[in-house]
Each structure stands twice: as structure tokens, then as C-alpha cells.
Design a binder for this molecule. Structure first.
Ligand SMILES: NC(=O)c1ccc[n+]([C@@H]2O[C@H](COP(=O)([O-])OP(=O)(O)OC[C@H]3O[C@@H](n4cnc5c(N)ncnc54)[C@H](OP(=O)(O)O)[C@@H]3O)[C@@H](O)[C@H]2O)c1
Length: 285
């Protein structure tokens, strides 16, 4: 069972726009205390003011961090642990795409750093608090690109950089991470699932210069009849809060139904391999 209304604390990354903002708003509407993680204070304050105005809910907390930078993530986790004594729901939503290869301050290709390693590191840093707040849930927002991780060149040093491939591989990391973490969290009271929110209207990658190519292509392919972030958020909220999913862990959800993961992510050895590499990349081993 999820804890009662007055006790529920959630953290949503990438909460200033798109899906993250829609999720934060819906949780606020339901009375959750919500921590909003954003990279830009002004955009964050504007989103927080919008959500306050729309819901009348005051228990909203802004955290500013650059998820491309591991030192910023560590600082963020420290601030969250200092502000909240309990955490019942972590939604790893933030993601982006880069038109050209870029390295993070830690020397890691930025799509991998933000889309896979940031949730990996942030979850690690908050895990003890999630466990001590159990029952608790982690929801990783994934996507549905059928690709495979190129373990010979995770950092894109030997191949020409391809934005969609780099994005797809980093997002596949969300699935590998979900499956291996679920195994490790067995019977801990903390569940973890990955959700594909569908394709919806978005600014994804816009801040990092990817807007032109990425969304022009999707809009041409799908026209303007895309769902809104609020519609897409329903999928996430179902997995994050539905009572019938108490104890359900290690699944890949679409619209309230489980999806078949790409072959590579169904291989526990590969999941463990990426886990170990990720630990090295965050300096945990
Ligand atoms: N849109 C789709 O059709 C679609 C389809 C499948 C999956 N998804 C997934 O849905 C999730 C939300 O995407 P969205 O479409 O709602 O895009 P969005 O509106 O661009 O939201 C992404 C959020 O991540 C934040 N972010 C990006 N890089 C960051 C960094 N370095 N540090 C901190 N925050 C950072 C962005 O902040 P800024 O505003 O500062 O850039 C923004 O708040 C992502 O996980 C995406 O992969 C989307």
C-alpha cells in the first residue's frame, strides 16, 4: 500500500516542462509533497508558480541541478536528504538529446551522462531513504527505440556521432537499470519500473540545440495530432500510484500494460554488465 496522503513525498526530475511538469502538477493535485528537480532556476520557479496557481497546493520544493554533472547530482542528493526526511516516490524523468557529441564535466558523452548515469547515480544516493520510507516506488521514464547498447564504444569515441542512436542507447540504459535494480531490491519494499509514455508534444533536446532535427522529423512523421504531456503523464501516474501495482517491480509498462523489452535488456548478464560499468563511471567501484 502507498502511504496515506499527508505523508507522501515525491521527487520528479525535469519537472519544469513537458512530461515532468505534468506529472508534478498531477501529484500536487493529489496532495503529494513534491520536489521539482530542474536545471535552470528561473524556468523552475516559473513552473512551480504555474503548478501552485493551477492546484492551490503549497507543498512544492525546487531543487536546481545539472544532471550532466555528477558533482551537481551529489550536491542535489544532499539537499534532498536535508529537506525531506522521507521519500516515497522517485520519478527519473529528465532526459535530452544532443545534435553533436558533447562530453560532460566527468568526461562522459552527455546523452549517456544525463539519460542513463544521472538516474543511476541519483537513485543510488537516495536509495537508503527510499528503503526507510517503504513502501516506495521508483519510476524510470524510458522510451521505445529498439536498439542495443554498443559496449565497445559507450562513449562514442570510435564512431561518427548519431543523435538518435546516442539518445536511444542512453534510454535503453533506463531499461537495463530498471531490471537489474528490481533484482537487487527484491523484498526491500521499494519497487522499480520503467514506463514508455508514448510519443507526445515535447521540447525534448530543445535546450541542448536538438530541437530542429529531432522534432521536425517526428512532427513530419506524426503530424500535429500528438497527445499532450498531460495525457502522456497518465501512464506514469498509473505506475507511480495505482494500488493494484503494490509490490509489482521490474516491469516495462506502456499504457497500463506491460511491453516486451528489446532482446538485449532481457538478458540479465547484460543488465549486470551495464550496472558494473555504470558503477565505475560514477566512481562507486
Ligand atoms: N516526448 C516524447 O515523445 C517522448 C517519447 C518517449 C519518451 N520520452 C521521455 O519522456 C521524458 C520527458 O521528456 P519530455 O518530452 O517531457 O521533454 P522535455 O519537456 O524537454 O523535458 C525534459 C526535462 O529534462 C530536463 N533536463 C534535460 N537535461 C538536463 C540536465 N542536464 N540537467 C537537469 N535537467 C535536464 C529538461 O530541462 P530544460 O527545460 O532545462 O531543458 C526538462 O525539464 C524523457 O525521459 C524522454 O526521454 C519522451
Amino acid at each position: 500500500m502507498m502511504p496515506n496522503l499527508t505523508e507522501r513525498t515525491a521527487l520528479v526530475t525535469g519537472a519544469n516542462s513537458g512530461l515532468g511538469k505534468a506529472i508534478a502538477r498531477a501529484l500536487a493535485d493529489e496532495g503529494w509533497r513534491v520536489g521539482l528537480v530542474v536545471r535552470d532556476r528561473a524556468r523552475g520557479e516559473s513552473a512551480l508558480a504555474d503548478i501552485r496557481a493551477l492546484t492551490g497546493h503549497e507543498d512544492l520544493h525546487l531543487f536546481v541541478a545539472d544532471l550532466a554533472d555528477q558533482s551537481s547530482i551529489r550536491e542535489l542528493a544532499g539537499q534532498i536528504l536535508a529537506r525531506f526526511d522521507r521519500l516515497h516516490l522517485l520519478i527519473n524523468n529528465a532526459a535530452t538529446a544532443y545534435p553533436a557529441r558533447r562530453l560532460s564535466p566527468d568526461g562522459i558523452e552527455c546523452a549517456l551522462a544525463v539519460n542513463h548515469l544521472a538516474p543511476f547515480l541519483l537513485t543510488h544516493l537516495l536509495l537508503e531513504q527510499l528503503k526507510s520510507s517503504a513502501p516506495a516506488r521508483i519510476v524510470n521514464v524510458g522510451t521505445r527505440i529498439d536498439t542495443a547498447m554498443d559496449f565497445t564504444d559507450l562513449n562514442w569515441e570510435r564512431r561518427p556521432y548519431r543523435m538518435m542512436q546516442a539518445y536511444g542507447q542512453s534510454k535503453l540504459g533506463n531499461l537495463h537499470f530498471t531490471f537489474e535494480l528490481a533484482r537487487k531490491l527484491h523484498e526491500s519494499g521499494v519497487t522499480v519500473n520503467c514506463v514508455f509514455p508514448g510519443i507526445f508534444k515535447s521540447n525534448l533536446g530543445g535546450t541542448d540545440g536538438a530541437q530542429g532535427f529531432f522534432w521536425a522529423l517526428i512532427k513530419i512523421l506524426l503530424g500535429w495530432a500528438l497527445p499532450t504531456p498531460e495525457q502522456a503523464a497518465r501512464r506514469i501516474l498509473y505506475v507511480a500510484t495505482a494500488a493494484e501495482l503494490d509490490g509489482v517491480s521490474g516491469k516495462y509498462f506502456g499504457d497500463r500494460r506491460t511491453l516486451r523489452a528489446p532482446a538485449q535488456a532481457r538478458d540479465p548478464d547484460v543488465n549486470q554488465r551495464l550496472w558494473e560499468i555504470s558503477e565505475t563511471l560514477i566512481g562507486a567501484s
